[in-house]
Structures are given as structure tokens and as C-alpha cells.
Write a protein that binds this ligand. Structure first.
Ligand code: SF4
Length: 81
């Protein structure tokens, strides 16, 4: 069984840079100049972790089904993409 993650975008914090939508267009899209997830509940996919770490505003958060934050990954340090 595949793992599911929850994606959230803080639209107040989002700068509208479009990095997320350009990097993972299947998961993020710009709406009114700010990002939102295409779907909140996704199958586990490392690209969303990379995008959350890349976001200049740290507006994207990814949690696993148990509610643990997977990204941005502030405990371990920057992820190398
Ligand atoms: S990368 Fe971050 S700041 Fe840029 S559009 Fe996406 S959520 Fe907004």
C-alpha cells in the first residue's frame, strides 16, 4: 500500500515566485498569483519534499499521514536537490 502525504500552502506567506509550479506542475499551480496544491492529499512523492525545501518563503509544508512534518526539513539541514 502506498503512503499518502498532505500538502499545504500558506497563501499569506507565498511570494508567487512560481518555483513550485514550475518544478512540480502536477502538484502545484498558481492561482491569482499565489500557489495552491493541485491536490491536498497525494501519494508519497519526493518531488514535493524538494519543492517544499526550495520554496523561498517556506510556504509549503508536507506532512505524513500520522501528522509528522516531512518538509521543510529544518532539523537535518538543507536537502541537496
Ligand atoms: S515556491 Fe513558495 S513562494 Fe514560490 S509560488 Fe510556490 S509556494 Fe509560493
Amino acid at each position: 500500500m502506498s503512503e499518502h502525504w498532505r500538502i499545504a500552502v500558506d497563501r499569506e506567506a507565498c511570494l508567487g515566485s512560481g518555483v513550485c509550479a514550475a518544478t512540480a506542475p502536477g502538484h502545484f499551480r498558481l492561482d491569482d498569483g499565489r500557489s495552491r496544491p493541485v491536490e491536498d492529499d497525494v501519494e508519497a512523492d519526493d518531488i514535493v519534499l524538494d519543492v517544499a525545501d526550495m520554496c523561498p518563503a517556506e510556504a509549503i509544508t508536507v506532512h505524513d499521514a500520522a501528522g509528522n512534518r516531512l518538509a521543510p526539513d529544518s532539523d537535518i539541514g538543507p536537502r541537496t536537490a
